[in-house]
Ligand binder design. Structure first.
Ligand SMILES: [Zn+2]
Length: 205
C-alpha cells in the first residue's frame, strides 16, 4: 500500500500488528483519528500507555487487576476453597457474567499446545499445584474449552493433584466440544457450572 506520508505509514504498520487488524482497517481507523480533535488521539495513546505500564496481575489468581490482589480474591464473601481453573481473563469475565459462581479463579494464561510451542512451564500451573498442596482447597473445577489442548491441560494438572484430598470436577459439556468458553451464552455457561461432573467421569467417557 503506497501512502502519501511516512508518519501515516508508520502508524499503519504499528496498528496492523494487532490481531484482526489488517493494513486497510488500520488506515481507516487512523484517518478517522485525523478528522477528530488531537485531544482524542492523546487520550487514546495515554490510556494505552497507562494500561500497559500500570496493569497488574493478581498475585493469587493471575487475573488482570489494578492492585496486587484482584477484586474477586479480596472479596471476603467469595469461597477461597473452590477454585475454577480457566485459560484467560476473558473466561473469568464470562463466568462472572453468569452470576453462578461464588468461588475464586486461577488463570493459567493459556493451554498446553505442542503445535504452538506452549509447554506447561509457560503456564501458571506450578502455582496452582502449590495452592492445592498447601491445603484448604475443597474443589478444583476445570473450566477450559473442550479442545484437545484444553483436555491435555486438564489432565496434566489432574495427574499432579489427584492424590490430594479434594474434589476435582469439570464443567458439563453443555459447552460444545471445540467451543471457546467466552462465546457460550450466560445461561448455558451457568448451567454447565451447576451441572459440573467429577473429573474422573469425564476422562472415562
Ligand atoms: Zn485474584
Amino acid at each position: 500500500m503506497e501512502l502519501p506520508s511516512k508518519l501515516l505509514e508508520n502508524a499503519v504498520n504499528e496498528m496492523s500488528q494487532l490481531p484482526g487488524i489488517g493494513k486497510r482497517t488500520a488506515l481507516r481507523l487512523l484517518l478517522h483519528l485525523l478528522k477528530q480533535p488531537v485531544e482524542q488521539t492523546e487520550l487514546l495513546s495515554s490510556a494505552l500507555t497507562a494500561m500497559r505500564n500500570d496493569i497488574q496481575f493478581c498475585k493469587a489468581c493471575h487475573t488482570i487487576a489494578d492492585d496486587e490482589i484482584c477484586g474477586i480474591c479480596s472479596n471476603p464473601s467469595r469461597d477461597k476453597s473452590i477454585i475454577c481453573v480457566v485459560e484467560d481473563v476473558r473466561d473469568v469475565m464470562a463466568i462472572e457474567n453468569t452470576g453462578m459462581f461464588k468461588g475464586v479463579y486461577h488463570v493459567l494464561g493459556g493451554k498446553i499446545s505442542p503445535i504452538e510451542g506452549i509447554g506447561p512451564s509457560q503456564l501458571k500451573i506450578t502455582s496452582l499445584v502449590d495452592k492445592v498442596k498447601g491445603g484448604n482447597i475443597s474443589e478444583i473445577i476445570f473450566a477450559l474449552s473442550s479442545t484437545m489442548e484444553g483436555d491435555t491441560t486438564n489432565f496434566y494438572i489432574y495427574r499432579q493433584i489427584k492424590d490430594c484430598e479434594l474434589k476435582t470436577s469439570t464443567i458439563a459439556r453443555g459447552i460444545a466440544v471445540g467451543d471457546e468458553l467466552e462465546y457460550a451464552d450466560e445461561v448455558t455457561l451457568g448451567r454447565s457450572l451447576l451441572n459440573r461432573i467429577p473429573f474422573e467421569t469425564s476422562i472415562k467417557q
